[in-house]
Design a protein around this ligand. Structure first.
Ligand code: DON
Length: 370
């Protein structure tokens, strides 16, 4: 470990950024720089070609946008979030569509958690079954985002019994086989940015092409390399997310906006497959009136269809709540492990206040600006 005060200098990345500033896309994906990347990867036995880089194009995609609780008497919220090839926005929409039909506020904590977990389970099942790169895979997005579809799924949820994931259609036998960064920004003019960027696993592929200053990612692991076999985050997938030339892997990144009549929230986090449920719990807490300073630190729980268990941070549930959840048939696994690095900001237009929260799990605090 370097000593405190040690300054990390990376002149190579400075030169790379200057190259991009001077020559843009062309200077990076083509020509000498591209050759440098391809040579270094091939020298390590990788399979890149100059064409892979030359053909790469950044794609701008319409975000997913939907209303939560549009049909209920409670306040409705407009949510703008990540489209495919992330599964995040679709999954959050599906979960919130299911939850919109429940009166969560009337329930005790374990029953509220039970319903949220059952919605998570069903959305992650659909993630495993259907989702992949929209340029290559036909996905039933209209169905997955439909309130009617959510109503059908809601009807399959027992009010106090866990549904075993293995009983949901499309179950794949798993025997068939932590760095990402999120920025949440609202500027003085009200412009908002919710941006998550990833190299996938810690230090990506652990390879820096000499003379470039940045890490190559290991995003291949976001593909379902073998159908039904869990990736490093434990999520499974299917043909929809199989690796094929040109395809982009299925992400879970969920940079989101939560837009209400008086309050706006900008939320996101790293955390692999747990990103979706962290952002969901942040959205639910924000909607319930919690501020970023508070909700970024709330103990988290997570269910992702497979493994068929609720994993929870310490403090997420009381012993009594765990008992009630277990009596409903949920497997609850509490561990010392924590996850996420949530950064969130909110704008209370009525009070004229901006609030910021950054995850204490990474050793930082929050702030309020009036
Ligand atoms: O796009 C994804 O879903 C993953 N590559 C995110 C990985 C991640 O968040 C790792 N950081 N903790």
């Amino acid at each position: 470990m370097p000593k405190a005060g040690w300054v990390f200098r990376n002149p190579d990345i400075a030169a790379t950024l200057e190259l991009i500033a001077a020559k843009g896309n062309e200077g990076f994906y083509r020509g000498e720089f591209a050759k440098k990347l391809v040579d270094a990867v091939r020298a390590q036995g990788g399979r890149w070609s100059l064409d892979d880089l030359a053909n790469y194009q950044v794609k701008e995609r319409e975000p997913i946008a939907f209303d939560y609780r549009a049909a209920s008497n409670a306040q409705s919220w407009h949510i703008v979030t990540a489209p495919p090839p992330s599964s995040g926005g679709i999954a959050i929409e599906e979960i919130l569509n299911i939850l919109a039909g429940f009166d969560l506020d009337k329930l005790d904590r374990p029953h509220r958690v039970h319903l949220i977990v059952e919605a998570m389970r069903r959305a992650y099942r659909d993630r495993a079954q259907y989702l992949g790169d929209p340029d290559y895979v036909q996905m039933p997005l209209a169905q997955l985002s439909s309130p009617l579809y959510a109503a059908g799924l809601r009807a399959t949820i027992h009010p106090d019994k866990a549904t075993p994931s293995s009983s949901l259609p499309g179950y794949l036998d798993p025997n068939q086989g932590p760095h990402t960064t999120h920025f949440s920004i609202i500027d003085a003019e009200g412009n908002m940015v919710s941006a998550t960027q990833t190299v996938n696993y810690v230090f990506g592929s652990c390879m820096v092409v000499p003379g470039t200053g940045f890490l190559l990612n290991d995003e291949m692991d976001d593909f379902a390399l073998v159908a039904g076999k869990a990736n490093v985050y434990g999520v499974v997938g299917n043909d929809a997310n199989a690796p094929k030339p040109g395809r982009r892997p299925l992400s879970s990144m969920s940079p989101s906006f939560v837009i209400g009549a008086d309050r706006i929230g900008v939320i996101g986090t790293p955390g692999g497959s747990r990103i979706i449920t962290m952002v969901l719990e942040g959205i639910l807490a924000f909607i319930d009136g919690e501020r970023p300073e508070k909700f970024v630190s709330n103990p988290r729980y997570h269910h992702q269809y497979l493994p068929d268990a609720i994993s929870a941070e310490k403090g997420a549930f009381t012993a009594d709540e765990i008992q009630v959840l277990q009596a409903m048939g949920h497997k609850v696994e509490v561990s010392n492990r924590t996850w996420g690095f949530m950064n969130a900001v909110s704008w209370d237009r009525k009070a004229g206040e901006l609030h910021a929260g950054t995850d204490p799990r990474q050793g930082s605090g929050g702030a309020v600006v009036k």
